[in-house]
Design a protein around this ligand. Structure first.
Ligand SMILES: Cc1cc2nc3c(=O)[nH]c(=O)nc-3n(C[C@H](O)[C@H](O)[C@H](O)COP(=O)(O)O)c2cc1C
Length: 326
């Protein structure tokens, strides 16, 4: 039998679609559209790093939102690889390397309809802060969404009791109030609104022609406006973890994107709400609402947007050359 030298075997292997994968992962949601990720390619291994220069010192001193955002990029990358016909196993990052969060190991496989559908759904999603219609979200739908997504260490908890939903809205309101008096809060916030062509939250995605239909959010300049009514019919879900550490945060980001895709499949719009988790006091209150065992990592609201509404402009992204170091 003729032996095939190793070097020829390697030539036979198709090249992993690293650039396409990272290109798609640029579309992931992130806190203030900071896009705090860097990718390094080594053969079929795609390493994900946290970019700490993009961490929000005032509202995210622990880096929770930063790592959740990186987890979202990881899920985008996995979905892109799968839709291109590659399997992408996630390995834990190397603790000896600063901020190495995870590695995706790409191997040739076969694109499945499920992977293609996930890819399509993630392209549909974006953060639309306009008010949802007042159609209530059926409890059964929220429970089904949550049930379809649980995995090791992280879970989605639907808050279906009206009293719990109202408590969450009150907690969110308190978080907004408490954050607004943090030293440096306003400067940090301002630095990420209308920032430039590649990152941050453009004013056009906030102040729309349907201004009065816009839900008050953390991006409102006037603190009095940045509160919300409590008679909300929105669906409220909390992404929770059994531990509160970077591994759980990364998984939360992955879970967020799976939830977002599932919501899009149901025709639901989703808006993340991280403020109640950013402040210690409101985080504790949220934990109590959840029964005391789980760690809340991110709140999301879901609801239906009016069918005839015009789409909003999309938020920009950093160029591939800035996020892929090869
Ligand atoms: C961890 C995390 C926290 C977020 N927190 C909020 C929030 O509190 N309020 C809000 O309006 N949007 C929030 N967002 C949405 C981002 O602002 C949004 O993803 C980003 O601007 C990119 O826009 P896109 O989702 O339309 O692509 C959050 C997103 C992530 C990933």
């Amino acid at each position: 039998m003729q032996m095939v030298p190793d070097v020829l075997r390697r030539v036979d292997r198709p090249a992993p679609p690293v650039r396409q994968v990272v290109d798609f992962a640029r579309g992931a949601p992130s806190i203030h559209n900071t896009q705090p990720w860097l990718w390094g390619a080594r053969g079929n291994r795609l390493e994900l790093y946290a970019d700490r220069t993009r961490q929000l010192a005032v509202t995210d001193p622990t880096g929770r939102n930063l790592v959740i955002s990186c987890g979202a990029a990881l899920e985008y990358a996995r979905v892109a690889a799968a839709a291109l016909g590659w399997t992408a196993e996630v390995e834990a990052g190397d603790r000896r390397l600063a901020d190495h969060l995870a590695t995706l190991v790409l191997e040739p496989g076969r694109a499945t309809p499920a992977a293609e559908e996930a890819h399509r759904l993630l392209q549909l999603r974006y953060t639309d802060r306009r008010r949802f219609t007042s159609w209530p979200i059926p409890t059964g739908l929220l429970e089904r969404l949550a049930r379809s997504l649980g995995e090791t260490g992280v879970t989605v908890v639907p808050l279906t009791a009206p009293a719990d939903r109202i408590r969450v809205e009150l907690v969110a309101r308190e978080a907004t109030r408490l954050e607004q008096v943090l030293p440096g809060y306003e400067e940090e916030q301002r630095a990420w609104i209308e920032r430039g062509p590649d990152d941050g939250v453009p004013a056009a995605t906030l102040a729309t022609d349907q201004h009065r239909d816009r839900r008050p959010s953390r991006y409102d300049g006037d603190p009095a406006e940045a509160t919300d009514d409590v008679r909300s019919t929105d669906g409220v879900l909390v992404l929770c973890a059994t531990e509160d550490d970077p591994v759980a945060w990364l998984r939360t980001g992955e879970l967020l994107c799976r939830l977002w895709a599932r919501a899009a499949q149901e025709g639901l719009s989703l808006v993340p709400l991280s403020q109640p988790v950013e402040i210690h006091r409101t985080r504790r209150a949220l934990r109590e609402i959840l029964g005391g065992d789980l760690h809340p990592e991110l709140v999301v609201r879901v609801g239906w947007q009016e069918i005839a509404r015009s789409p909003l402009p999309r938020t920009p992204r950093r160029p591939l050359s800035e996020v892929l170091i090869d």
